[in-house]
Write a protein that binds this ligand. Structure first.
Ligand code: IPD
Ligand code: CA
Ligand code: CA
Length: 269
């Protein structure tokens, strides 16, 4: 495990990420259920004042503690070059759930260096569930180490998925869901892809699928699942990185079974 630089306050990068998501969680809860300003970014894709307030706090806090690190964050025009150490931030994952009063949303912060994800934190402020992982050190839900499920058959699996904000990719996912429907125990449209991934890491969801995600949706979840013994690939079966938009996340056995039936052939170079 790379030794991560300490923050200006002397705290570790993990402590900083945890403090940031917990405080952002307080901000989100303070506005949850109240009338807040909502804007439409694209079809089905909202941003609220709560996203903005949460992001403002997180970015200022991270910049104070680590002024030299890049930041890629969903709602701001922050750096996208990501050279050296960089934070990847989703200040509110599950904005639609949040806006409609469904208490299932979270905050993500990951620290990456080049293509490596060094730490990931996903926090559900409603349930006070903090998922965290550092590369090579396992994945945790609050104080307990977590593992992906041991389920080995699709027939008995709870499969989580989401449709995302691309019409075309959403329709593709609906076709997959249609084919899957008779072959699994049940399907769940989660409304928060990041909690879907965190739930794969702790074994609550057996398999999670998506076809149109962004780095802030998946960077933390990728590390959580790998550190919990699971597998995350694209739909051709190649190990996923945080810039991939399409992912299949599960334990290795179910992953293999799903890929054999639903995977796509690799395109020739
Ligand atoms: C979205 C959620 C949703 C997924 C979308 C994401 P947001 O994130 O994770 O479940 O289907 O693709 O963009 O907009 O709520 O941060
Ligand atoms: Ca998101
Ligand atoms: Ca978001």
């Amino acid at each position: 495990m790379t030794n991560l630089p300490s923050a200006n306050s002397g705290k570790s990068a993990l402590e900083i990420a945890i403090t940031a998501v917990e405080e952002a969680g307080r901000i989100l809860l303070a506005h949850f259920g109240s009338k807040i300003q909502v804007k439409h970014k694209s079809k089905g894709n909202l941003v609220t004042d709560a996203d903005i307030l949460s992001e403002k706090f997180i970015l200022e806090f991270l910049q104070d503690e680590y002024p030299d690190f890049d930041i890629l964050s969903e709602e701001s025009n922050s750096s996208t070059s990501l050279s050296g150490f960089a934070w990847i931030v989703d200040p509110l994952d599950g904005t639609n759930n949040y806006t409609f009063g469904i208490p299932f949303f979270c905050i993500n912060i990951a620290l990456v260096k080049d293509r490596d994800i060094l730490l990931g934190v996903t926090y559900d402020p409603v349930r006070k569930e903090l998922f965290h992982a550092e590369i090579g050190r396992g994945a945790y839900l609050n104080e307990s180490q977590i593992q992906v499920s041991k389920e080995s058959s699709l027939q008995s699996s709870l499969v989580g998925l989401d449709l995302g904000y691309s019409q075309e990719r959403g329709e593709e996912m609906l076709q997959v869901a249609n084919r899957l429907w008779g072959q699994v125990h049940c399907l769940r449209a989660m409304g928060s892809s990041s909690l879907g991934l965190a739930y794969v890491a702790c074994g609550r969801v057996n398999l999670y699928l998506h076809r149109y995600l962004f780095p802030w949706d998946i960077a933390s979840g990728l590390l959580l699942i790998r550190e919990a013994g699971g597998e995350v690939t694209d739909w051709q079966g190649r190990p996923a990185n945080f810039r991939d938009t399409e992912i299949i996340a599960s334990n290795s056995q179910l992953h293999r079974e799903f890929l054999a039936q639903f995977g796509q052939k690799q395109k020739p170079e």
